[in-house]
Design a protein around this ligand. Structure first.
Ligand code: SF4
Length: 395
């Protein structure tokens, strides 16, 4: 890769992160009635270590965000957040205090299932038409239950139940008489870095959520507690702004593909070989981009760039703490944060917010994205001189 292209790639990720700084994407916790007194008049958190019943405020927020991350794996983030806020409010009004006492969710499963069903219907009524228009789909396809299922019990137990079972099990496993007011947060922060924590949230033999949470959602959770809400209490680079990977979802991947960013690090043939590009498998017979297949794929092009390699090694060894020795392979999904780390003006959290904003507001998953209004249009190869990057691929 020549210097001009390296500078363009750095400029692009910085421009996206700048957009993210102005348009942060995070759940609006002020809509949750039990959290409303956690905020001061300016909308900032106050007294996070104060007790609220059996837990600290900080702990309750972390429990809520873990559940939100698990649910936020479907097609409509706005709808998911509305559903979670409203179900939480309804359950607490009925004294089902499931964040304070996760066992309440299981004990009152009938109430929980009824509330999820009713609120899902109400959210569908509000969101389906708008969602269908933005995605060139049909309103009848709107469904926040994951895996395209319609069974509320499976959704309630597999997604809600497993998320709530983590703090429940941690509390039960704690030695008699110990303080469990931050059971989940203390467990999460026992890992050496936010990145390793996000992996363990999925993979740990006893407390891992397994298939209930994807890599993207686990990284989203790390982003929320480290960057968006700054709920973690650990210091140092391994719990700092570069300590987790950017959640890599279809919105992020679509923007990075259409701008030409991903083709800077590997060839189209390589992306086909890795089944990131799946010819003819997308909507309307176009090429399908399965962005999650990029995970752990290496870039030989990046390995030839000494500045990038140095930043990448610093990222892996000191911030993500996934390597003790200098890594040789440059994984493509870690190149954007490595570029940001070498500049240090913006962070992976801002980058992800920018990708979310651009991906959902402008770079829509059809052949007519709103390039004229897109804030990164002058830097976008698909818009400036290679329309095929937009027209031939869908995520
Ligand atoms: S200019 Fe168009 S194709 Fe490029 S990122 Fe923006 S919306 Fe997407």
């Amino acid at each position: 890769m020549n210097l001009r292209k390296h500078e363009w790639a750095s400029e692009l990720v910085t421009a996206i992160a700048r957009v993210g700084h102005s348009f942060p994407s995070r759940p609006d916790l002020r809509g949750v009635e039990i959290f409303q007194h956690y905020f001061d008049a300016e909308g900032r958190f106050t007294d996070l270590d104060r007790r609220d019943g059996a837990c600290s405020r900080r702990e309750l927020l972390v429990r809520y965000l873990l559940l939100n991350a698990v649910l936020d794996q479907g097609p409509d983030t706005t709808g998911v957040r509305m559903l979670l806020v409203q179900v939480t409010n309804e359950l607490y009004r009925r004294e089902v205090r499931f964040l304070h006492r996760p066992e309440d969710f299981f004990r009152e499963l009938g109430i929980a299932v009824d509330q999820i069903t009713d609120v899902h219907k109400a959210v569908t009524k509000m969101r389906a038409a708008e969602w269908a228009e933005a995605n060139q789909s049909r309103a009848s396809k709107y469904n926040l239950f994951l895996d395209n299922t319609r069974q509320v019990l499976g959704y309630a137990m597999f997604r809600w139940g497993t998320s709530l079972a983590v703090p429940l099990l941690l509390t039960k496993d704690a030695p008699d008489g110990s303080d469990t007011s931050r059971a989940l947060l203390d467990y999460l922060q026992s890992w050496p870095s936010a990145e390793i924590m996000s992996q363990q949230v999925k993979d740990h033999n006893r407390y891992g959520l397994g298939k209930a949470i994807g890599d993207k959602a686990a990284h989203l959770f790390a982003k929320w507690i480290v960057y968006s809400y700054a709920l973690s209490t650990r210091d140092g680079p391994s719990w700092g702004p570069y300590s987790f990977e950017v959640p890599f979802d279809s919105n992020a991947g679509r923007v990075l593909w259409r701008t030409g960013f991903l083709l800077q690090w590997a060839s189209e043939e390589e992306y086909r070989k890795w089944e990131v590009i799946q010819p003819g498998q997308g909507k309307g017979g176009l090429h399908y981009l399965r962005i999650t297949n990029i995970r752990s794929k290496g870039s030989t092009i990046a390995a030839a760039n000494a500045n990038l390699v140095a930043a990448y090694q610093d990222l892996c060894v000191n911030h993500l703490r996934t390597h003790r020795k200098l890594p040789k392979k440059i994984e493509i999904q870690r190149i954007p944060p490595a570029l940001l780390l070498s500049g240090r003006t913006h962070t992976p959290g801002e980058l992800d917010d920018g990708l979310m904003y651009i991906g959902t507001e402008f770079c829509l998953n059809h052949g007519e994205p709103l390039c004229g209004a897109c804030p990164i249009a002058p830097l976008c190869e698909g818009h400036v001189d290679n329309a095929g990057l937009i027209q031939s691929y869908r995520t």
